[in-house]
Design a protein around this ligand. Structure first.
Ligand code: TXA
Ligand code: MG
Length: 352
């Protein structure tokens, strides 16, 4: 299959772009797949109410079919038509955070096929805050099932180039809307339990959710990689966001971290490996390795989130065998950053 790539500027959707979005919508209505930008990461979209489309999504990503998809909507009325009931908590959160990087899990009704929910009776729903995404959802009938637009197991794409790399030849269309704003996937909160529970940390933090709902729990498996429990979001059990090389996180006092990384980078280099380091603006110049990248200012979590998946992909592009990364503060939005970094490292952390 030939994959068409079209460019659209999010803040300048002119007549030609409208026409392209109409065509993209028709591809989805006809059962095809379109990769598109959201404010978090690029999504791989198909008609959420068409079981055949969901099957195609799993096939294109090489994703296990027990891992449910998120349904993207563009207005509240549409949400009402695919769930048993909209809980009061969902209305409050939608008012506070939609459109935005928050996915809510509710009880589905018969309109949503089990192919989309990986066999579950619940459905994950979000309204993305991106004009291209919202218009595409409207043009395609109102419900787009979209996982991140990467091959299963690879870091989520934050630019269209990486969708092309992973999905070219496998889907009908890719909409290039430039680099995404946030760079990490949405926060997922389960509203089907007595106390709402965060299943995946993201830009909308525990503190922000508590401000609206009062009590909110966090799935233990997010915090403790060795808890031995099964994550409640099926996708969180997979070794996700994985770069091709081996990544180790080094945690400790900054000067010791730099010393440790330099020593081990040298050893790895001497044994013929290509070594990469993930540092920050203030430490970048202190490292010696084949490739050294900064994810930004340590205090600027938005930039770190924005850069992380891109940097991991760049190390892949440069065929890096061994990577070392500094560790980051894991409170607030930092919890999402550390969750993704730990998964990318397969929870391989050295504390010094
Ligand atoms: O920001 C995002 O959420 C991006 C953009 C494209 O919207 N999408 C995304 O989708 O990250 P995906 O498929 O890569 O991750 C969806 C996660 C998986 O871990 C999946 O197991 C979980 O959501 N999930 C989906 N439906 C669920 C459900 N009914 N119950 C529990 N977990 C669910
Ligand atoms: Mg994903």
């Amino acid at each position: 299959m030939e994959t068409e790539v079209i460019q659209i500027a999010e803040h300048n959707i002119d007549e030609a772009s409208q026409k392209s979005l109409f065509r993209a919508g028709k591809v989805i209505r006809d059962g095809g797949l379109v990769a598109f930008p959201t404010e978090t990461v690029y999504g791989l979209g198909g008609d959420a109410l068409n079981p055949e489309s969901s099957r195609k999504i799993y096939a294109a990503k090489g994703r296990p079919s027990d891992n449910p998809l998120i349904v993207h909507v563009a207005d509240m009325e549409h949400l009402e038509t695919i769930v048993k009931e909209v809980p009061e908590s969902a209305r409050k959160l939608a008012k506070a955070f939609w459109p935005g990087p928050l996915t809510m899990i509710m009880n589905k009704n018969d309109k949503v096929p089990y192919e989309t929910t990986g066999g579950l009776d619940t459905v994950a729903i979000r309204m993305p805050n991106n004009q291209i995404a919202l218009e595409l959802i409207r043009q395609s009938g109102g419900f787009i099932a979209a996982p991140s637009a990467n091959t299963s197991g690879r870091p989520s794409p934050t630019v269209a180039r990486y969708c092309v790399e992973d999905l070219s030849g496998k889907i009908e269309m890719i909409i290039d809307g430039g680099q995404v704003g946030i760079g990490l996937e949405s926060t997922i909160v389960d509203l089907t339990s007595d106390v709402p529970m965060i299943l995946r940390p993201g830009y909308i933090t525990l503190e922000m959710l508590k401000e609206v709902l009062g009590q909110v729990d966090v799935d233990r498996t997010i915090i403790d990689g060795n808890s031995g429990q099964r994550p409640k979001a099926p996708g969180m059990k997979y070794r996700h966001y994985a770069p091709k090389g081996q990544l180790t996180i080094i945690q400790g006092e900054q000067s010791k971290v730099v010393e440790y990384i330099n020593l081990h980078a040298k050893e790895a280099s001497e044994s013929g490996k290509k070594v990469g380091v993930i540092g920050t603006d203030s430490t970048k110049s202190l490292y010696h390795a084949d490739v050294i990248k900064s994810v930004g200012d340590r205090k600027d979590e938005k930039t770190i989130a924005h850069e992380l998946f891109k940097v991991l992909r760049e190390f892949d592009d440069e065929n890096i065998d061994i990577m070392f990364s500094e560790s980051f503060d894991d409170s607030g939005f930092g919890q999402a950053i550390m969750n993704r970094l730990l998964k990318a490292a397969g929870h391989n952390v050295i504390i010094i």
